[in-house]
Design a protein around this ligand. Structure first.
Ligand SMILES: Cc1cc2nc3c(=O)[nH]c(=O)nc-3n(C[C@H](O)[C@H](O)[C@H](O)COP(=O)(O)OP(=O)(O)OC[C@H]3O[C@@H](n4cnc5c(N)ncnc54)[C@H](O)[C@@H]3O)c2cc1C
Length: 554
């Protein structure tokens, strides 16, 4: 049997996964990994946690080394080597040895491109200050960790998941941290109300949060980097973390004439084949199929990268008998101190921007039975396709059990489930773990109530004075945390006795703390002939994170 030579460019998530699977499928293939950095197969996702000290030992992040890959998988790993050019006609790649400066050509039968994506570093004046750092690999992490030994003040620019994780870890390390985000909310992937708890948690932990503002220039002073924002605000830092997104590392692929998507990602088929059938690509550098609504998407996350690498290796050895990569959902989660939040599938704002019809409900519940100690609130939002009821997306935020709900909902989306299906998902339940009716079932019930016409929801409080807003919370709560505008407080237990206080000719919106009592109230009113809508998610889902004292605490 002829020996197949596989050449892999990029030796971390997708590249290492490809190489390992290839070896398991073919013991006698020649497999070479070419990696620009000094490390392969390291845990990029763990980098922030070493900076804050939560992961104590640096070694655990180097999941494999060139030596371990050689001994375990018989891989020829070349670190500090950069692929600079692909000669497709002769099926070879020019490799530059970064330490010696010398170059060589390596041939391939099949080439895997797994170059990932690099942090954006836009040409803002002053960006070259050595105190402005990005985080992608262990060396970046070492630079940041070293800086935190003396730095007192950090500015983190960008409140996506890496910015949020770094903010948390820098606070943990004792630095004063200012977080700046161009969008008017943190974790912009989420719909704004679902990100509010994250933001209030940042405030609660002493993080300064500036939203809807961006850096226009950095001023390098002897003892400080001065960050000038569009608003005129100036933030001083000993250390700046730039986490404003990534761009695919696809210059070599572009020079080789491989087909790229509109944002520079490599176009691949379901088996991760590029426009050249002998070249595969996977990970952050590729675009992939959107598993919810079809078309193309980009999901620069660890799970897709690892699984795509495996699919490509399968295809090399099994051909079209390999199982294709079905596409990505965009499932993501972040933890900020005590709070976690995440999403799967499409968000409301993305659906709106795409002009896609959808319906949505938000419910508040707990991670397990409320009578069992340490019950903590969680908020769940689901989105579905109007006619069919098929799930399009979900978001969750809270203190515990967020990952579990997102994972179930991600699976439900992939299975093509509808909101009706959520009602009777039979999930693990005993008091320490869940509730007899899990938050996911409740979200299904709420959606079905809506679809059955039992309740109308509104996500905004009306400004029209003709609409009667009825707050059905207990009087002390309604007084302590008043809802905005002209509101009539009729606590739910007294509602039936006070129907005469409402004008049956005018519409009503009911509101409460969590959206449940207002639904009960809406049912009472609807059955008494009122035109009524319930304020979805209640005051909690619409909390103002900048003034948390104005809202009910949980
Ligand atoms: C700080 C941080 C935290 C993260 N946390 C999470 C998380 O919690 N969950 C999650 O799902 N994802 C997370 N991610 C994202 C995840 O790490 C990436 O999606 C994943 O690593 C992408 O894999 P990849 O193989 O495409 O690219 P990478 O893992 O980035 O590997 C690409 C490698 O290719 C090398 N390379 C590039 N060009 C060349 C060339 N021309 N020649 C030789 N070598 C080259 C690069 O040096 C790099 O080492 C995180 C990323 C970072 C940076």
């Amino acid at each position: 049997m002829n020996t197949t030579k596989l050449l892999v460019i990029g030796g971390v998530a997708a590249g290492a996964s490809f190489a390992a699977r290839a070896r398991r499928l073919c013991e006698n293939a020649e497999i070479m990994i070419v990696e620009r950095g000094p490390d392969v197969s390291f845990a990029n996702c763990g980098l922030p946690y070493f900076v804050g000290g939560e992961i104590a030992a640096r070694d655990v992040l180097a999941v494999q080394t060139p030596a371990s890959l050689q001994s375990l998988l018989n891989l020829d790993v070349r670190t500090r080597c950069e692929a600079v050019r692909i000669d497709r006609a002769n099926k070879r790649v020019e490799i530059r040895h970064l330490d010696s400066g010398s170059s060589e050509w390596q041939s391939y039968d099949k080439l895997m491109l797994a170059p990932g994506a690099s942090p954006l570093r836009p040409a803002i004046p002053g960006i070259d200050d050595a105190r402005i750092l990005t985080l992608r690999n262990l060396q970046d992490m070492d630079r940041i960790a070293a800086a935190t030994e003396t730095a007192m003040r950090a500015v983190v620019i960008g409140a996506g998941f890496i910015g949020l994780e770094m903010t948390e870890q820098l606070r943990r390390k004792g630095l004063s941290v200012q977080l700046v985000e161009l969008q008017p909310q943190v974790f912009p992937q989420l719909d704004a109300p679902m990100a509010a708890l994250l933001e209030s948690e940042l405030h609660r932990n002493g993080v300064g949060v500036t939203l809807g503002d961006g850096v226009t220039r950095f001023e390098s002073c002897a003892d400080v980097v001065r960050c000038h924002l569009t608003s005129g605000k100036v933030l001083d830092a000993d250390l700046v973390i730039l986490s404003i997104g990534v761009k695919p590392d696809t210059e070599v692929a572009a020079q080789a004439g491989l087909q790229l998507g509109p944002r520079g990602h490599i176009v691949v088929d379901a088996f991760q084949r590029t426009s050249d059938p002998d070249i595969y690509a996977a990970g952050d550098a590729v675009e992939t199929a959107d598993r919810v609504l079809g078309g193309k998407t980009v999901v620069p996350m660890g799970g897709p990268a690892n699984r795509q690498g495996r699919v490509a290796a399968d295809h090399v050895f099994l051909g079209d008998k390999a199982r294709p990569y079905p596409g990505s959902l965009g499932t993501a989660i972040v933890r900020v101190f005590e709070v976690s939040a995440g999403m799967t599938g499409w968000s409301e704002k993305r659906l709106q921007a795409a002009g896609q019809a959808y319906e949505t409900v938000t419910v508040n519940d707990h991670q397990h039975a409320t009578y069992y100690p340490d019950a903590k609130p969680l908020t769940l939002k689901i989105l579905w396709e109007p006619g069919s009821g098929r799930l399009l997306g979900a978001q969750a935020s809270g203190f515990e059990g967020i990952d579990k709900r997102l994972d179930v909902l991600a699976t439900a989306i992939l299975a093509g489930m509808t909101v009706e299906d959520l009602c009777h998902l039979e999930l693990a339940y005993a008091p320490p773990f869940g509730s007899a009716k899990d938050a996911i079932n409740i979200a299904g019930f709420a959606a079905c109530n809506r679809r059955d016409g039992l309740v109308k929801h509104t996500t905004t409080l009306p400004s029209d004075p003709a609409v009667q807003v009825v707050d059905v919370r207990p009087k002390p709560l309604a007084e302590a945390f008043p809802a905005p505008g002209q509101v009539l407080n009729i606590p739910f237990p007294t509602l039936r006795a006070n129907l005469d206080k409402l004008d049956p000719t005018r519409p009503v919106v009911t509101l409460c703390a969590f959206g449940k009592m207002s639904y009960f109230a809406a049912r009472v009113l609807a059955q008494n002939g009122f035109d009524v809508a319930s304020f979805s998610g209640g005051m909690k889902a619409n909390v103002d994170p900048r003034s948390p004292g104005k809202m009910p605490t949980v």
